[in-house]
Design a protein around this ligand. Structure first.
Ligand code: CP
Ligand code: NVA
Length: 307
């Protein structure tokens, strides 16, 4: 049974297959094609946190491919204690071909995989955001062609998006640099696990902007305060303010570098308007690609043959 829980569960060939399917469905859509590849399939989304892109891109992907989609807040699903998680998982699994979850705890997603008996997608947890990272590397591939060896620089918090990006980059042989204050970097445990799985991976952590941005192909940032960390917001704003992606920082990278942001962005904090809306920004192409990638991923998950 295929799931998309963590990117370490995928091989590089599977990622390339998902990218090829996503690209093919994207170009087909531009010609008005909406093949009913998922006709009769039902996707159920259960979210503990807000979402614009993840929720709507999955729903649009499912509907354009002839399937149906329904949404439940975690409270409506009874995940707040109405019944045991394993019972909710078993019941929903009986109705759905795919369950997409957005949670605080990664453990909740792991339990759904264990008990639901159906395909499960991690639509973001405190630890990971695999659908986002796949979309980001897909977007990088659209712009640069072969991504292997092109330097990916993440400026900001070593959060859920950063861990999934580091994994996606390791899978696709993309050197990954995180430019962050000492106490907000990727953990030693995470890095050791990654190195064990991908011995050739090239991960660098630094707070030196010049070293980080030298030869950058992609400059990426995310919010300084993720969902669930609101109590730390003032401290995070203070610590991360030198890490704002602005014209000066972009000027330290090659002119050919492109800017990515998973969104939602806090304009004026981690990124300035001139960068978000500037010629190097791919942020909205990236956001649209969430839907194309969701299509490729759903087809891979449900093993829809791809000629
Ligand atoms: N990038 C992303 O996952 O956006 P949402 O939180 O709006 O789903
Ligand atoms: N790191 C952010 C990503 C949002 C898509 C968060 O978890 O809030």
């Amino acid at each position: 049974m295929r799931h998309l829980n963590a990117l370490i569960d995928l091989t590089a060939d599977e990622v390339k297959e998902i990218f090829a399917r996503s690209a093919s469905l994207k170009s087909g859509l531009s010609r008005g094609e909406r093949p009913a590849l998922l006709a009769g399939r039902v996707m159920c989304q259960v979210f503990e946190k807000p979402s614009l892109r993840t929720r709507v891109s999955f729903e649009a992907a499912m509907m354009q491919l002839g399937g149906s989609s329904l949404f439940l807040s975690a409270k409506d699903a009874g995940l707040g204690g109405r019944e045991a998680v394993e019972d909710v998982a078993r019941v929903l699994g009986g109705y759905s071909d795919v369950i997409v979850l957005r949670t605080f705890s990664q453990r909740l997603i792991d339990e759904f995989i264990r008990y639901s008996g159906t395909h499960v997608v991690n639509g973001l947890s405190d630890e990971r955001h695999p659908c986002q990272a796949l979309t980001d590397l897909f977007t990088m591939q659209e712009v640069f062609g072969d991504v292997a060896g092109k330097k990916f620089v993440f400026v900001g918090d070593g959060n859920n998006v950063a861990t999934s990006l580091a994994t996606a980059c390791s899978l696709l042989k993309v050197p990954f640099t995180i430019c962050a204050p000492d106490e907000y970097r990727l953990t030693d445990e995470f890095l050791a696990d990654l190195k064990g799985r991908y011995p050739d991976s090239r991960i660098e952590q630094t707070s030196n902007f010049k070293t980080a941005l030298k030869d950058a192909a992609i400059i990426y940032t995310d919010v300084w305060t993720s969902m669930g960390q609101e109590a730390e917001d003032a401290e995070r704003r203070r610590v991360f303010s030198p890490y704002q992606v602005n014209a000066k920082l972009m000027g330290m990278a090659p002119k050919t570098a492109r800017f990515l942001h998973c969104l939602p962005a806090k304009r004026g904090l981690e990124v300035t308007d001139d960068v978000m809306d500037g010629p190097q920004s791919l942020a909205f192409q990236q956001a649209e690609n969430r839907m194309h990638l969701a299509k490729g991923m759903l087809c891979w998950l449900l093993e829809v043959p791809f000629k």
